[in-house]
Structure formats: C-alpha cells, structure tokens
Write a protein that binds this ligand. Structure first.
Ligand code: ADP
Ligand code: MG
Length: 233
C-alpha cells in the first residue's frame, strides 16, 4: 500500500537546520495496523504528515498505492489525498459551530456528493461509531471520546483506503482511550489499513506492528506477536 525509501526531512531554524528524518525506509501492506512510536520530538508527526501528503520530504521516495507522490501536481495530489486518506488527530479538529452530522458530512461536499447523499452517508457513519442519536449536537456538547468518534466517522465518510491517526488517544483518559482503540481495531478487522502515531506503549501494543523512531531513523520494526513471544522465552 505504501513504500518509503531513504526519506529525509529538515526544518530550517535561523541560519541552520534541524535534521528530523535521516533516511526512513518503511513499507506497509494493505490490511496492516501499524503504530509509529518514539519520544516527543522524534519526528513521528513529521513522518505521518509526509505520508498524509500534508507536508513534503526533502529527499527520498514515497510511493502510495503504486503512485510516486512526488510526480503528482498539486491539484492531483489534493484529489488523491481526499480520495485515498482519512485523518484523525489528537485534538479532534472538529468545526465548533457545526453539529456532529455536518462535521461528518463536510468532506463529502468536496467529493461532489449531493446534500441528501451527504446526510445519508454521514448518518450511516455516525451510527457505525454509535452516535446516531447525537447527530444534531455541537462538539461542545460531547465528551472527548464522543468527539473522537465523530472525528473517526468523518475520517471514514469518504471510505479512505488508509486511515492515519496522530496520537488519537492523546487527549483521552485511559478507559476512553482503550474504547477508541478497540473501535479502531474493529475497523482493522474489517480490512481497513491503519497507521497511527503514539508515544504510549499500551496503545501501541494494541496495534499489530510497532515501528520505533529514534534519532531520525527506525531503530526497531517488529510485529507485536513476535515481541510478545520473545518476552516469554
Ligand atoms: P513528534 O511528533 O515525534 O513529537 P515532530 O515530528 O512534531 O515530533 O517534531 C520533530 C522535531 O521537529 C521537533 O524537534 C520539532 O520541534 C521540530 N519541528 C516540527 N515541525 C516543525 C516546523 N514546522 N518548523 C520547525 N521545526 C519543527
Ligand atoms: Mg507529534
């Protein structure tokens, strides 16, 4: 589904620069559920944003669904991103003055769907996350867990092939985090490919594979099952 080779990214800081990603190689197959781990500032969000086509690498190759991203024009890239990728963020990023239903329906507007179709699709996805009865409530009337469920429904509305999540449980208490993770796992069980960033070990261990970033490179890439098995030896 995605293949990254020798990816580099630096940020300019005054006269010098901060070299954040120093040659990342990563492949993810369809149907995987992968956690990107690392301490704060290790470049997890930078990598996820490049994968999500929200930012560009300085060097290296990035192929998504057999398409080299660098070769796309900006317009094609935007179409591709809307069609292919769904995003979930730590701070939910809902629109405060729109109710749950309209938040979920909004991305479908950019897909050119008619209002009736947008509402039907949004309701279907709100029901899937267990919030159909909350469709007409504003974000401020929802709990953190409910807000993240709305954000997940929004991310799923356009049926993306790849779901990207940056610290999706970072703003939630432990119990709610585990409920959200269980829901994300159920999406993976249905076949959705998921790539998420977290700095929490217990959240990462609910994924199937953990990729650890340190000092700009991948220091470990292992399936959770293998890690668990080796702990019992
Ligand atoms: P993580 O998500 O692992 O906490 P980030 O990818 O957000 O790490 O950031 C990696 C490093 O790059 C940090 O030191 C951060 O301060 C720096 N950084 C991130 N974005 C920018 C930016 N737009 N400009 C300058 N420095 C940045
Ligand atoms: Mg981050």
């Amino acid at each position: 589904m995605l293949k990254i080779n020798k990816l580099h990214k630096s940020y300019p800081i005054g006269d010098s620069s901060l070299h954040v990603l120093k040659g990342i190689d990563l492949s993810v197959e369809e149907g995987e559920m992968v956690a990107i781990m690392g301490s704060s500032g290790s470049g997890k969000s930078t990598l996820l944003n490049i994968i999500g086509m929200l930012d560009e690498a300085d060097e290296g190759e990035y192929i998504l669904d057999n398409v080299p991203i660098k070769d796309l024009t900006e317009k094609k890239a935007a179409i591709y991103r809307n069609k292919f990728l769904g995003f979930i963020f730590q701070s939910f990023n809902l629109i405060n003055y729109k109710n749950a239903l309209d938040n979920v329906a909004l991305p479908l507007y950019y897909q050119g769907l008619k209002r009736k179709e947008r509402i039907e699709t949004a309701l279907f996805h709100l029901e899937k996350v267990g919030l159909k009865d909350w469709a007409h409530h504003l974000p401020k009337e929802l709990s953190g867990g409910q807000k993240q469920r709305v954000a997940i429904a929004r991310a799923l509305a356009a049926n993306p092939k790849l779901l990207l999540a940056d610290e999706p449980t970072g703003a939630l208490d432990t119990k709610t985090s585990h409920e959200i993770m269980a829901f994300i796992q159920s999406l993976n069980d249905e076949g959705k490919t998921i790539l998420m960033v977290t700095h929490e070990e217990d959240i990462a261990s609910m994924c199937k594979r953990i990729v650890r970033l340190k000092d700009g490179v991948i220091m470990e890439d292992a399936f959770v099952e293998q890690v668990r098995a080796s702990e019992y030896v």
